[in-house]
Design a protein around this ligand. Structure first.
Ligand code: GTP
Ligand code: MG
Length: 197
């Protein structure tokens, strides 16, 4: 069924963090990996979330309500972009950490990873942190249109070995590869049966 995403809330400061009390999944990953582009592609809208070829575009935490489903997808600022000022990086790290810590409504994190790159220290840190906190991880390898089939498959099995659990997916915001697979996984993790919720 076709889904719509609508922006419900934007948070700029850790001190303003009051996540809505509904099931939610965050979209996390290094700056420029394609978080906002994935959300636009899932929504079938080009300009829902702002994207840019310059890393560091998303500077706030943006909550999108998904209907049907009644849950939220949450676009986070990227991490690991060295050219930002130290103050900015610390501010975003605190914002992201505040969101991820002690949030009883956070059901899972969709971690985006560039299919062209070897696992980066910051990706391994994030996935280890989530594992430690027992937050389920769904990994999507982005920019699949830029990877050969062979490279994509090798990357999938590399991440499967690292993460275990739900197998990672290949995704492209350009071709739409993986859109259905991501929706299936997101729905199965978040869509609550109102009777048994
Ligand atoms: P921050 O908000 O800075 O953390 O970045 P982000 O992870 O939200 O990335 P964004 O969606 O803004 O995309 C960054 C750049 O990558 C843009 O130039 C996008 O057009 C490009 N991009 C995103 N997804 C894909 C993809 O699947 N394929 C290709 N070829 N380019 C992509
Ligand atoms: Mg973004």
């Amino acid at each position: 069924m076709h889904k719509t995403l609508s922006i419900e809330l934007t948070v700029y400061q850790a001190s303003d963090m009051h996540p809505p009390e509904v099931p939610q999944m965050a979209v996390a990953g290094r700056s420029n990996v394609g978080k906002s582009s994935l959300l636009n592609r899932l929504a079938g809208r080009k300009q829902l979330a702002k994207t840019s070829s310059t890393p560091g575009k998303t500077q706030s935490i943006n909550f999108y309500k998904v209907e049907p489903g009644g849950y939220y997808l949450v676009d986070l600022p990227g991490y690991g972009y060295a050219k930002r000022s130290k103050t900015d990086r610390e501010k975003w790290a605190r914002l992201i950490q505040t969101y991820l810590t002690d949030n009883p409504w956070l059901r899972a994190v969709l971690v985006l990873i560039d299919c062209r790159l070897d696992p980066q220290a910051s990706d391994l840190e994030l996935t280890a942190y989530l594992k430690e906190r027992k937050i389920p991880v769904l990994a999507a390898l982005t920019k699949a249109d830029k990877c050969s089939k062979r490279e994509g498959q090798a990357r999938l099995s590399q991440w499967q070995d690292i993460l275990g659990g739900v197998p990672p997916l290949l995704f492209s915001a350009v071709t739409g590869q993986g859109v259905e697979a991501v929706w299936d996984q997101v729905d199965s993790l978040l869509w609550q049966d109102p009777e048994n919720g």
